[in-house]
Design a protein around this ligand. Structure first.
Ligand code: ADP
Ligand code: MG
Length: 431
């Protein structure tokens, strides 16, 4: 049996899938060739399967690093349900259970182990790993290593040092993320210390089932009116409304409950941790279907049937927009996103790109490089030639939107508005 046949057999027998999704086979082959691999595939594309399937082909342990403690149990349950010995070790477990799992890890009881990055600081954990050769290191949500990303986690920076110290040489490594601008991709390769011949597999960012819309609204009342129109009638699946402030999250939830007669919850970083966990779990399990939240309602919102994501205020950056809007329609069925904006918000943003942090030379270069008639955006390729420009993040964000088909939907006005976001404070008001 060829390797390809073997892998396909595992895909069918262990995971019950008939065929690979775009990028999966390439990534798997790259790993099985022994090459470090960076995978950039959209949310819901099936990145986990790559390292899970590779784990079954490799002799030793596959260690998965992820910041999403809340999702580890589900992934591990899925694996053990398929007869694959897997576990997670994280701070959500009682200490006695952690100790028990470490002992089993040391005995070689697992093929796949999930940890959060801070676990690499635990002497007990490193001790348990000592005689367990790591065949594959999978660094999930790898954009967390970059300060350019939108979810920087300092603990990710320790991974490279630890990885480099493993005898006899650093283990084969795969880094995975759904959003990485070229800058962030470079950071991931460099800061993880991946081999020079590492393979990057970028399948693109398109989400064809999403329709992206911008609704012009006037003031608070206009926004609530738009909200009523968009989310007033009950539909299957879930709605997320992203607000710019905690206060708005609470107000929108109240409006939804009282005016729209839709039971709604709000979520923001000001709530106690247990309350946040409860709200998040209720949402993921389908107990609640309408949530108004700040951007604290973030990574790991893994619910497939979100039918609408509404931005009640402009998101902090285009990357954030892509992430947040991208939580809609993970099941591949049609879903809608809407950005509500008030012309008054816009009046506040007088900083066109001309007045922003771009120098005159940059602007000239930008003008020359861009096709006539397209003033401020272009393809990713064109943009990469302008990598010296300061607002790289915005430009790449724009091109991501372009790839996602957003240009048509957002229209000229919407894009100009978002482009101007470059001069805005990237942090949300109160997070
Ligand atoms: P990502 O990490 O890229 O956001 P996941 O790994 O969580 O995505 O996978 C999303 C969903 O796609 C999961 O339910 C997974 O079982 C499913 N999936 C992955 N690969 C395939 C495949 N080849 N065929 C069908 N479904 C798949
Ligand atoms: Mg994932």
């Amino acid at each position: 049996m060829t390797l390809d046949e073997q892998v396909l057999l595992h895909l069918r027998t262990s995971f019950g899938f008939d065929s690979f999704r775009p990028g999966q086979r390439e990534a798997l082959h790259s790993l099985l060739d022994g090459r470090d691999t960076l995978v950039v595939m959209p949310t819901g594309a099936g990145k986990s399967l790559i390292f899970q399937l590779a784990a079954l082909q490799l002799p030793g342990l596959t260690l998965v690093i992820s910041p999403l403690i809340a999702l580890m149990k589900d992934q591990v349950d899925g694996l053990t349900g398929r007869g694959i010995p897997a576990t997670f070790i994280n701070s959500a477990l009682p200490p006695a259970e952690q100790t028990a799992r470490l002992a089993r890890l040391a005995r070689g009881a697992f093929r796949i182990v999930y940890i959060a990055p801070e676990r690499l600081r635990s002497i007990d954990f490193l001790g348990a790993l000592k005689n367990r050769p790591i065949s594959l290191l999978a660094v999930d949500e790898a954009h967390c290593i970059s300060e350019w990303g939108h979810d920087f986690r300092p603990d990710y920076l320790n991974i490279a040092r630890w990885r480099g110290s493993l005898p006899p040489h650093p283990p084969l490594t795969i880094a995975l993320t759904a959003t990485a601008t070229p800058q962030v991709q470079k950071d991931i390769l460099r800061l993880l210390g991946l081999a020079d011949d590492a393979v990057s597999i970028v399948t693109g960012f398109n989400r064809p089932n999403l329709s992206l819309n911008v609704c012009y609204t006037g003031g608070e009342r206009g926004k609530l009116g738009a909200l009523k129109e968009l989310a007033g009638s009950r539909q299957d699946g879930a709605v997320i409304v992203y607000t710019g402030t905690r206060r708005d999250a609470e107000a929108v939830a109240e409006f939804a409950g009282e005016v729209l007669q839709r039971p709604a919850e709000f979520y923001h970083a000001g709530l106690p941790a247990e309350e946040r966990t409860r709200i998040q779990n209720d949402f993921i399990t389908g107990k609640s279907n309408f949530i108004a939240a700040t951007n604290a309602f973030g990574m790991g919102i893994d619910r497939a049937d979100v039918r609408q994501v509404i931005h009640y205020a402009l998101p902090g950056s285009l990357e954030a927009y892509y992430q947040e809007a991208g939580r809609a329609g993970r099941d591949g069925l049609p879903a809608r996103t809407a950005l509500l904006y008030d012309p008054k918000d816009r009046a506040l943003q007088e900083h066109f790109v001309r007045q922003s942090d771009l120098g005159t030379e940059d602007l000239l270069a930008l003008r020359q490089a861009l096709p006539a008639g397209k003033e401020f955006w272009t393809t990713l390729d064109d943009l990469s030639r302008l990598s010296e420009l300061q607002s790289v993040q915005i430009k790449v964000g724009l091109s991501m939107l372009e790839r996602a088909g957003a240009l048509e939907h957002l229209g000229d006005e919407g894009l100009r508005l978002m482009y101007r976001r470059g001069a805005w404070n990237p942090e949300r008001i109160d997070e």
